[in-house]
Design a protein around this ligand. Structure first.
Ligand SMILES: [Cu+2]
Length: 177
């Protein structure tokens, strides 16, 4: 096989290809001011939901923001619960840890993360449609303040702990969290 003729031709082909690639990249590069939908830059790591027979349960994980701007989760929906809320856990005047709906949603800092964990911020399933059994998968959809969305699924795990009271009291008071 005579390589002395094919190699220069190959080099020429590569050079042309690189030129084409460079031109393409320049044309499609986004303008600096272009806003990327929050749903395109957010991911979650180690998501999981707590098993429960009925009533309320919660989901956790680490939300990551890979974008250059802070993003805000304003609501969440799921096929597992008719109603969901974004909860924070705070100490009340009596010194008890209680959970309540967070004002303004979950803010994930630019290039940073927000941990959702028992005893802290979490996704609250207020009214389960069916029992959550360990090994099940639950799908959640986060909605951001720019109306973009991010869907993820979380495995159900057994967990005991973080049984804060629900601040509104009433029928939910002392309910397993
Ligand atoms: Cu809660």
């Amino acid at each position: 096989m005579n390589t002395s003729k094919t190699l220069p031709r190959l080099a020429a082909v590569i050079a042309v290809s690189l030129l084409a690639l460079t031109g393409c990249a320049t044309e499609s590069a986004p303008a600096e001011s272009e806003t990327v939908p929050a749903g395109d830059v957010v991911t979650i790591e180690d998501a999981w939901a707590k098993s429960a027979e009925e009533g309320m349960s919660a989901a956790f994980g680490t939300l990551m923001n890979n974008g250059d701007d802070d993003v805000t989760v304003v609501s969440v929906s799921s096929d597992a619960s008719t109603m969901l809320e974004l909860h924070e856990t705070v100490e009340n005047e009596a010194g008890e840890m209680v959970m309540r709906e967070i004002a303004g949603g979950f803010v994930i800092p630019a290039g940073g993360r927000l941990a959702l964990e028992p005893g802290a911020n979490h996704i609250m399933m207020m009214d389960l449609i069916a029992p959550l059994v360990a090994g099940d998968e639950v799908t959640f959809t986060l909605t951001f303040d720019d109306d973009s969305t991010y869907e993820f699924s979380a495995p159900v795990k057994d967990y005991s702990g973080a049984n804060e009271n629900y601040e509104d009291g009433g029928e939910h008071e002392g309910m397993d969290h």
